[in-house]
Structure formats: structure tokens, C-alpha cells
Write a protein that binds this ligand. Sequence first.
Ligand code: ZN
Length: 216
Amino acid sequence: MQDLSRQNATATRQSSDEARLTKGSEPAPRQIRMAILDRDNTIVRVPKGIKHLCGEDPLLLVDGALEFLAELRRREVIVVVATNQPGIEQRNCHETLGLAARFHERLNATLARSGAHIDRFYVCPHLPADHCLCHKPRPGLFLQALDDFGIPAAETLAMGDSVCDVVGARRANITRSLLLKSWGGCLKPFRRLWRAPLIAHPQEALDWLESSPVQS
Ligand SMILES: [Zn+2]
């Protein structure tokens, strides 16, 4: 009996933990109006040996990203990027911010040929030790994007290849946040904690939106 009551206590604790994590989330409309996406290894591939893509660096798209972005555009979804670029501030800030903007300009020019477009780029240039509010997994970039476009978190999709993308999104109350499988680390404990669905291909996000329960 004692064992059973201990089990029950554990179960109660687990369900209250889950309730805490989802607390405040309203039933979400199925339709999304904005997508907040990570950049590196979610939209563009980071070649080996390059730490912070900017300027005229190689521009290689993640498989399926182009089609995914074009479909979002077709559905009139606002698409923004939220990216940590801690290397920017370590170098000449004005010059490298300009180089980052140049890379984003080239990215949009490439996307435009297939009818895709990124509406705005949100960049955290700080180091984690700077304790800014925008470095993912902090929610600053997500909150700024939601505020700028006036879109409720419930009508937003977030996607990235790192747990910090999911955690940042959840902290901004974006419950529909997906993990794209290109990260090499051990995802299991984090996925369980944050209940983040894992997809292998960007376009699976569209299928997931169609099939997932409205309240996540
Ligand atoms: Zn920052």
C-alpha cells in the first residue's frame, strides 16, 4: 500500500508539473498567422569550418526549407527568423551587423526565386554571459516578434534545430514549437520536459499542424 501511495504521489507530482508547463495556454486556433524560425541548420546549412554565416559566405539551404517557406508564403503566414549570432559583437560591430544584413539580403534574393520570403530577421548579437534578454533560450526575440506584428502566441508556430529554440518559444507562450532533427545532442530528456514534437524535415511541420490536436 505504501508503495502504491508513493506511486500515486509521484504521478500527481508529474501531472502538476505538466500542468505548470502548459499553464496559461489557451486552445489554439488551427490556423497559424506567423512562423518564428531559427536560421542556422533550420533554414540555411552551416558548412564545416564556418562559425557565423555572414556577407558572401556560402549560402546552402536545408533540404525542404525552400518548399516549406514558399508554402508558408502561399498561406500568407508572416515568416520571421530568430537567431543567436554571438560572434557579431566580438568583432567590429558595425561592420559585422552589416555583413549579417548582407547575408540575409542574399538569402531573401534566393528565396524570392521560389516565391518564398522572410519578413524580418531578429538577431541576438550578444554572448550568453552578457545576460541580455534576447539570447535564446531566453524569450526576448520571440516576444519582440509577437509584439511587432501584433500576432498572439496561440497563432504562431516556432521551429528550430536546438532545444534552446523550443525553450525560448515556450517561454514566450508559443506552445506549437517543433524541434527539427539536425541537432546531434541527446534530445530525449529535453523533449520530454518541453513536450516538443520532433520532425525530420521542415515540411513535416505543415503535416503536424494539420494533424496535431488544436490544444497542444
Ligand atoms: Zn541578446
